[in-house]
Design a protein around this ligand. Structure first.
Ligand code: PCA
Length: 324
């Protein structure tokens, strides 16, 4: 028995020595479901890496928080429990204000502005991540954030006391400033939250509106496109640097391609998904002048609050953005 077992083991060891490099296999946790374009983009990124490295690095995507829940993804990558992962950048607002710069209403509310804001803020985001042993690979925005309600909204007074679904600090603050009551809910739990009365209203992209089938629990979509929050993909720097140089280069190349492709997918989604909301019976409305004015004022307040928190560093990023 022992003899028989030894032979193949020995042969296997020899084969391993002869092989140029052992293939690396990475598990990649992501927060959102397979029907979401961010996930589709990441699956393509993983395929690109596998192909470009001839299978030397295989990335397996675990979507919808199936490997680590959204709040755990960043730490799991930092601690090396997963070498790579995706998360909403502004979920790190408690660590540093810079991560929340893309979630301030009306600071950057179209793709052009969002691109400029990203160019101005990216170096600082990279620096803060690097200090935690994380390397930024790419970031892709969600389409503009708009309002979902059960009734048409004339002014924020209509949202007074409403249970307002939030997904980061900024959406909580926005809800408060509108007089609503914020409650944090992950995308996967949105339908249940509305059907059980834990949420009455929300602000999110048409993409998330469609993936959560918003027409089942709200009737009105008010087009604000108030900001474009980004998802980012980060890698554990130690795990990344342990890869052979040509594999690192292939990952960086696939990441740059994924960023370009993701922004294009996001742009294309906006009109497409609003049409889907409408086709499923939702009323698609433009905001009243009153609502627009109120939200613009809230945007000013939140910009001022953000600048106060982010200090000189934050001011320099906003100045660079405005100078673009
Ligand atoms: N969808 C995610 C984040 C922003 C978006 O459009 C969400 O609603 O949680």
């Amino acid at each position: 028995m022992t003899k028989i077992l030894r032979m193949p083991l020995f042969a296997g060891a020899l084969a391993a020595l002869a092989a140029p490099l052992a293939a690396e296999s990475w598990d990649m946790p992501t927060p959102y479901g397979d029907s979401v374009f961010h996930t589709a983009n990441i699956i393509e990124f993983a395929a690109d890496v596998g192909e470009a490295t001839g299978g030397e690095l295989e990335i397996t995507v675990h979507s919808a928080g199936s490997l680590f829940a959204h709040p755990e993804i960043k730490d799991s990558v930092r601690r090396g429990l997963a070498p790579i992962g995706e998360l909403l950048m502004s979920r790190l607002a408690n660590e540093d204000a810079i991560f929340a710069i893309d979630s301030i209403p009306f600071l950057a509310s179209n793709y052009d502005e969002a691109e400029k804001l990203w160019a101005a803020s990216r170096p600082m985001v990279e620096e803060k991540l690097a200090a935690q042993g994380l390397t930024l690979l790419f970031a892709v925005p969600w389409p503009g954030q708009s309002l979902y309600t059960k009734e048409p909204v004339e002014s924020t007074a209509d949202l007074e006391g409403a249970a307002f679904r939030a997904y980061n600090n900024a959406t909580e603050r926005l809800a408060q400033l509108m007089g609503a009551v914020p409650t944090q809910i992950e995308t996967g739990d949105i339908p249940t939250a509305f059907s059980t009365g834990r949420a009455d209203a929300m602000i999110t992209s048409p993409s998330t509106g469609v993936s959560s089938q918003a027409w089942d629990f709200v009737s009105t979509y008010t087009e604000l496109q108030a900001w474009l929050p980004k998802n980012m993909v980060v890698v554990n720097t130690g795990a990344f640097e342990a890869l052979p140089e040509e594999v690192q280069a292939a990952v960086m190349e696939a990441a740059a391609a994924a960023e370009t492709r993701g922004w294009e997918m996001s742009k294309a989604e906006t009109a497409e998904k609003v049409a889907e909301l409408e086709a499923n019976g939702m009323a698609v409305m433009m905001p009243s002048d009153t609502l627009k004015g109120e939200l613009a004022a809230i945007g000013e307040t939140m910009t001022a609050e953000w600048l106060e928190e982010a200090g000189e560093e934050g001011q320099s990023v906003v100045d660079a953005y405005r100078a673009e």
